[in-house]
Design a protein around this ligand. Structure first.
Ligand SMILES: [Fe+2]
Ligand SMILES: [Fe+2]
Length: 156
């Protein structure tokens, strides 16, 4: 379990790094440090790849790993682990909304200008905030509790 927790923590760091790298051009446009491109295909590709190949498989791995710890009573440990699944569902929903937003950006040139201007409210940034809050919860509450429940002598 200890190795697994280290793997998950490292994976969170790598995923956060690749997400921020994918979002860097969006952030520059958002603060007007860069012009919005006339076509957005290149710009959105790393973010779409992150959603599909980074986020979604990670959620499945964690769901499988933590499901044995979740229970029906929504109190104590059950509440901690059940909250993970609720947050995973929320991340999937935001990922879906972010993909729809990106598709609109790619397909509807008429809304493109307005879309760039309202990025503060978009699902893309909501997903970034939810991701940060979720991995913080996992590091503070979920992973230590899962480790303690395994009762291994060398657990930290
Ligand atoms: Fe998670
Ligand atoms: Fe995670």
């Amino acid at each position: 379990m200890k190795d697994l927790i280290r793997d998950i923590t490292n994976r969170h760091m790598a995923l956060t790094e690749s997400l921020d790298s994918a979002l860097a051009p969006f952030a520059k446009i958002r603060v007007k440090e860069a012009e919005a491109p006339p076509r957005a295909e290149e710009l959105v590709r790393p973010l779409l790849a992150w959603l599909q190949q980074g986020l979604l498989p990670h959620l499945v791995i964690e769901d499988d790993l933590l499901r044995p710890y979740a229970g029906p009573s929504d109190v104590g440990d059950d509440a901690i682990f059940n909250r993970v699944f609720t947050e995973h569902d929320q991340l999937r929903k935001l990922a879906n909304e972010a993909r729809q937003e990106i598709n609109l950006l790619l397909q509807e040139s008429s809304i493109r200008e307005a879309w760039w201007d309202t990025m503060e409210l978009s699902a893309v940034w909501a997903l970034r905030r939810e991701w940060a809050s979720h991995i913080d919860f996992e590091h503070r509450r979920v992973l230590p509790r899962a480790a303690a429940l395994t009762r291994l002598p060398n657990q930290s």
